[in-house]
Structures are given as structure tokens and as C-alpha cells.
Design a protein around this ligand. Structure first.
Ligand code: NAD
Length: 542
């Protein structure tokens, strides 16, 4: 077959409503029944072969921790080594495939996810990660479908990027995959990120070892099976559940490590980078390191802000998915003149929020992901309650009798440097600092300088001068910046996502910038009629 083929233009996948009576609601409820009633037996998959080591780890529902959804076989040393060898071998053929054939695998995966597999993935995300129907739909369905389709479109743009030629010369760019393997390490909080981190490098012709997060294993496993069904050749992405430290020890010591695609906490990313630095002389090349990490995301209100819009931005931005989005608002700055009205509206909405089993669609919140998260949040809340400088305005309670539940919490602090204004704690806890209205400019500096992170942030104001001042003062305080909107909910193709400072390398997942990290361009110059005489014209006699 010959031809220069155009890639279908991607459009964002529409978000289904799940309103009562809708067909998607019935289909999702049926899928929740099926996924919840069986126990998956999750293996590692190396070269297309399922490996069950027998050393298993339970996957439980966060909102009902007595319910075991799956058993995951933890990879042993031999399986980990086999994963690397397989990836390096498989890459040699995969990297030579036509781009269109690679693209077709991921376009088909997107199509399966948008249709036949949509509710399976949503149900697994709801049960395994405690997302509501809506939070699952925007993650495991829409965002992941968008990643798959938009990445193909961006890859096409990269391949079309070609140099100029001159008379007698034809110049080309070969956007090669990296030599070796890419190690994808994914977080629990977005099924879409779990799917994107291994598939983005694979689309560009790389082969991958994918280590999913233990607490997102169920949805990640079903996505891996979907990739197989979409025609992904064996060995191109190797699925490797296991102990993170053991897996990393082997993979980071391998001379063929070509890249790391990571999303997760800042501490883990820094430890990976340090290990790479210590091993630098072993590697065949310089591994690409892409990491999107933590945040301490802010909502800043100016005295001209619309109070109702601000209060809704705060509640949705801070508490959806239990505050476990890297973009979730966790600190807010409100002028004293607006505070009583904002506080009362926010507290009123918090009191209205229902929390519980996500299969009950009336709930706005589920449970936090696991016991370590629950304990960490409970300890922070207990310390806050004991601190005379902190007032608990709403929530503050925890209950782990059935699931890992933490109430949506609003705290007010006297000290803008209090630790809950600076550290990422990753839960449904928003800390507010009330500033004197006249100290707007000082507050801009405070927002910029308080935390080491720079992931997302929002400003609410109607006064255009205030919007402009905030825009300039906070230019480096957030990689995703919102004006009169909540700081969460970035859409692929519309608000490419990622932050700088301690929040990561800001390579913007689901954009052309990210895919550029997974190619190593080769410049090719072809001279069409090479010179036959070594002498240049200037050398001729007058
Ligand atoms: P995490 O750092 O605990 O885990 C992330 C991944 O790293 C998991 O697969 C885990 O098993 C693995 N891991 C843990 N310890 C490791 C080690 N020593 N060596 C190698 N791998 C290791 O993060 P998480 O709890 O899954 O996710 C929450 C974090 O992710 C938050 O900090 C959040 O802000 C961040 N996050 C950031 C973004 C972003 O785009 N910036 C998006 C989502 C999540």
C-alpha cells in the first residue's frame, strides 16, 4: 500500500450525563454489578504471556475495604528482568512499523474505550479508586480517549516537521524512537494517566515497561487488556505490577534505560532522578526524564470577585474526588471584606455534600484511596484541631469503619505560613487565609512564595486591573492557571497539563511537547549529484 495518509482530526469525547433514565446510567449500573461480583486475578504480562508468581497483593474498594476486587501477582526478579529484555527486543520491530499502523492500534483502543469498553473501565475506576460516576467518566472514559486520539494527531505533526532543502540537496528528519526501553510509572489517581504514560512513548515507536500503581490496578489491568484487543503487539508494553522499589532497582540499573515517564509524588520523582544521576555512566545514552508531580494549588480572590462563582469554584476545586487530584485547590486567600459571605456559602455547600459508596449516584464524594492516605489525613486534621491558630469551619471528621472516609474540611489559619498552606497533603482539606483587602499586592507575593510547588492556581476577580496584576505576579506560580474558574478539570487539547518548580518537568501530558521527549531526531542530508572535484571555484587562477 502506498500513500501519504491523513490522520482523522480529533475532537474531545463528549461527557455523558448519567442522568436518571439515560442509557449510559443503566449500562454503568450493570457494569458495576459485573465488576463488583467477581475477583480478578491480575498477572504480569511479558511478551504477551501472563505471568502469575503466586505472591499476591489484594486490591480492595476504598469505600468498602472488606471487599477484595482483585488479587495482583507481584513480579519477582526474574519477571522484572524478562520485562526489560522483552521490551528491548520488541522495540526493534515495532520501531520500524509505519506510523499509520502504530497509530491505528491506539485509534482503535480509543474507539473500544468510547463504545464497548467504556462502562467496564468506568466501573473498575469507581470501585477500585472510589470515583463517582461523573469523576470516572471524565477520567477513564473521556480523558483517556482524548489522550489516545490527540496524541496520534500530535505525532503526525511531529513527523511532518521537516527541514528546508537547497538546490541539489534533499534534507529529511527521521524522528527515531529512543534506543532501549522506556519505564512508565503511573499514579493511582487517574486511570487516564495510567493509560497515557505507557502509550505516549509507544506511539512514537518505543517499547515500554509499565509499572501501574497498586491501588489503581483494577482499571489499569482492564485498560491493558483493551490494548491487547486493539492489536498492540506482544512485548511493546509489558505490564509489570510489583514492589515499586524492587522494580526500580532493576530497571534503573539497566544500561538500556532510555527514558522515564513518571507521574506521582515529588519525593518519589526526586529519588528516581537521583538514582539516574548516580548511574549515569552506566547508561548507553542520557535517559529522558519526564515527571509530573505534586502541587499546592491555590484559589486567590480579589475584592471584586463574584462570591457565588468563587464559592462554587472552591467547593468543586477542593473536594471533587476527595481532593485527590494533583490540581485540587488546597489553599485559598480571601479578602476580609468578602470572607463572611464566601465562608457561609462554602460551609453551606459542604454541609449539603453527600459522601459514601460511589455506586449510590447521589453521593458527591467517595473514600480516600487507602489506609496510609487515611492515616496521614487523620493525623493532619488532629494536629490542626489542637492548634490554637487554626479554626475548623466545616468537616474535620474521619471514619474508617467501612471505608476510608474523610469529611470535606474547611480550615481557617492565622498564619499564612502554616504547614497546611505549604505542604501537599492530598485529601479533601482546604485551608483558608483571610487577608486585609488593602494588602492585595502583598498577598500576590505570598501566594507566589508560600509553597515550593507550581502546578495549578486560580484567580477570581471582576476588576481587569486585578486580573492583569495577578497574571504577572503569578506567572511562575502555576503551569495551569485559571481566571474565574476552578483550578481542576484540564481537558486534553485545550489546557495541556503540567507544572514547574517542584511540580515537575512541565512536559504537558497529552500535547506535542510531551511526545517530543520520546523521539531522537536524525538529520539526513542527501546530495543528489555529488561533486567529483575536490577543488572549489575560488581556487581557480584569475
Ligand atoms: P506515588 O508517588 O506514591 O506513586 C506513584 C507511582 O510511583 C506508583 O506507581 C508507585 O508505586 C511508584 N513508586 C512509589 N515509590 C516508588 C519508589 N521508591 N520507586 C519507584 N516508584 C515508586 O504517588 P500517588 O500517591 O500514586 O499519586 C499521588 C501523587 O501524584 C500526588 O503527589 C499528586 O500531586 C501527583 N500527581 C501529579 C500529577 C501531575 O500531572 N502533576 C497528576 C496526578 C498525580
Amino acid at each position: 500500500m502506498s500513500g501519504i495518509w491523513n490522520i482523522p482530526i480529533p475532537r474531545n469525547e463528549p461527557v455523558l450525563t448519567y442522568a436518571p433514565g439515560s442509557p449510559e446510567r443503566a449500562a454503568l449500573k450493570a457494569a458495576l454489578g459485573t465488576v463488583g461480583s467477581r475477583q480478578a486475578d491480575i498477572p504480569a504480562v511479558i511478551a504477551g504471556r501472563e505471568v502469575r508468581t503466586g505472591a499476591t497483593h489484594d486490591v480492595v474498594s476504598p469505600h468498602c475495604h472488606g471487599r477484595v476486587l482483585a488479587k495482583t501477582n507481584q513480579a519477582d526478579r526474574q519477571t522484572i528482568e524478562a520485562a526489560v529484555n522483552t521490551a528491548v527486543k520488541a522495540q526493534k520491530e515495532w520501531g520500524r512499523w509505519r506510523f499509520e499502523d502504530r497509530a491505528a492500534v491506539f485509534l482503535r483502543a480509543a474507539e473500544l474505550l468510547a463504545t464497548t469498553h467504556r462502562q467496564l473501565l468506568n466501573a473498575a475506576t469507581m470501585l477500585g479508586q472510589s470515583k463517582t460516576a461523573f469523576q470516572a467518566e471524565i477520567d477513564s472514559a473521556c480523558e483517556l480517549i482524548d489522550f489516545l486520539r490527540f496524541n496520534v494527531h500530535y505525532a503526525e505533526r511531529i513527523y511532518r516537521e521537516q527541514p528546508d532543502s537547497s538546490p541539489g540537496v534533499w534534507n529529511r528528519m527521521d524522528h527515531r524512537p529512543l534506543e532501549g526501553f522506556v519505564y512508565a510509572i503511573t499514579p493511582f489517581n487517574f486511570t487516564a494517566i495510567g493509560g497515557n504514560l505507557p502509550t505516549a512513548p509507544a506511539l512514537m515507536g518505543n517499547a515500554v515497561v509499565w509499572k501501574p500503581a497498586a491501588s489503581a490496578m483494577l482499571s489499569n489491568w482492564y485498560f491493558y487488556k483493551l490494548l491487547e484487543e486493539a492489536g498492540l503487539p506482544a512485548g511493546v508494553i509489558n505490564f509489570l505490577p510489583g514492589n515499586a522499589v524492587e522494580v526500580s532497582e532493576t530497571l534503573l540499573a539497566d544500561p538500556r534505560l532510555a527514558g522515564i515517564h513518571f507521574t506521582g509524588s515529588t519525593a518519589v520523582f526526586q529519588s528516581l532522578w537521583k538514582t539516574v544521576a548516580a548511574n549515569l555512566e552506566r547508561y548507553a545514552g542520557y535517559p529522558r526524564i519526564v515527571g509530573e508531580t505534586g502541587g499546592k494549588d491555590f484559589i486567590l480572590a480579589h475584592a471584586s470577585a463574584d462570591v457565588d462563582a468563587l464559592a462554587v469554584g472552591i467547593v468543586r476545586g477542593a473536594y471533587e474526588y476527595q481532593g485527590q487530584k494533583c490540581s485540587a485547590a488546597s489553599r485559598t486567600y480571601i479578602p476580609d471584606t468578602l470572607w463572611p459571605a464566601v465562608r457561609d456559602r462554602v460551609v453551606g455547600m459542604i454541609e449539603d455534600i453527600r459522601m459514601g459508596d460511589v455506586a449510590d449516584f447521589r453521593n458527591f464524594m467517595g473514600a480516600v484511596i487507602d489506609r496510609p492516605a487515611f492515616t496521614r489525613l487523620r493525623d493532619h486534621l488532629e494536629a490542626a484541631k489542637r492548634d490554637p491558630g487554626v479554626t475548623v469551619l466545616a468537616g474535620g471528621g474521619t471514619d474508617d469503619s467501612i471505608g476510608f472516609f474523610v469529611q470535606p474540611t474547611l480550615l481557617q489559619v492565622d498564619n499564612p505560613g502554616y504547614r497546611l498552606m505549604c505542604e501537599e497533603i492530598f485529601g479533601p482539606v482546604l485551608t483558608a487565609y483571610v487577608y486585609p483587602e488593602g494588602r492585595w499586592k502583598e498577598t500576590l507575593t505570598l501566594v507566589d512564595q508560600t509553597s515550593p510547588y507550581a502546578l495549578t492556581g486560580a484567580v477570581f476577580a471582576r476588576d481587569r486591573r486585578a486580573i492583569t496584576e495577578a497574571d504577572q505576579a503569578l506567572r511562575h506560580a502555576a503551569g495551569n492557571y485559571y481566571i474565574n474558574d476552578k483550578p481542576t478539570g484540564a481537558v486534553v487539547g485545550q489546557q495541556p497539563f503540567g507544572g514547574a518548580r517542584a511540580s515537575g518537568t512541565n512536559d504537558k501530558a497529552g500535547s506535542i511537547l510531551n511526545l517530543l521527549r520520546w523521539v531522537s531526531p536524525r538529520s539526513i542530508k542527501e546530495t543528489l549529484n555529488p561533486p567529483k572535484d575536490y577543488r572549489y571555484p575560488y581556487m581557480q587562477a584569475e
